[in-house]
Design a protein around this ligand. Sequence first.
Ligand SMILES: [Zn+2]
Ligand SMILES: [Zn+2]
Length: 274
Amino acid sequence: MRKKLRMLESFVPQGLVDFYLELSKVLIPEDVINYAPPSPEVLNEGCKKGLPLIRLCRPQVKTPDFFFTVMKQIAAIIQKHHPDLNTEMTQVEKALPDDVANQELFVSQAFIPGSNLLIHLKQNVSSDAFGFLLNHTVKPFMQQYGKMVASLYDLEQWQKGSCPVCGGRPGLALLEREAGKRYLYCGLCEVKWRFQRLGCPYCLNGKSQFFTVEGEGLEKYRVYFCDQCRGYLKTINRKKVNDEETDLFWEDINTVYLDILALQEGYFNKQEAN
Ligand SMILES: [Zn+2]
Ligand SMILES: [Zn+2]
């Protein structure tokens, strides 16, 4: 099934682009992250069982105070672009642990999906503001970690609906020019892996349906949606793109209006749901 929606406003708010532009400049040097490379047997077994690499070799930040330096840097970027969060960010910064033992504990837990870090803070803060800051702080570390470890698995063979590095759900998909090839993309570690051409990666429903949007430059986008789990997946059709490579990080941000359309149609962003 194919639906065509009409785009009324396809622009991306400049404020959003500026925010992400500044965030994307926060880079983590490779030598800050450590991990213990798993043996071939462990990798083999992990791949068979579908365990993400973060479960086999957790990233360790060599100097935990560096994590807090980055966190403060991100807090400043948030304050600049979201002045409404000013007070909350200041409160979170004040509540961060300052003794080495607690800092180490905090940082080690930051890379375990689903762990509650609020309990390591010195006082109560807004959990939304804290989560927002934490996610944006963890992201550049995960991106660097992803670069370092992704090749431990054969990303052509992984073929799962979740990220081979962090286990997260894909935020975007890519249809290659070569027939039948689809890749999924993790918005957290920016890793891309092969997945079956058809079907929903969130609930593995085999049915595929998508809508497209009218408008100049929008021919390359499809939004796949699933009536079983109500998830949607923004997809870039590389057959309609001339560039050598597609920058999925920016594609994700440049297509926020597709998210809005999908939400309006009653579908959910499964990348964010746990
Ligand atoms: Zn990931
Ligand atoms: Zn589904």
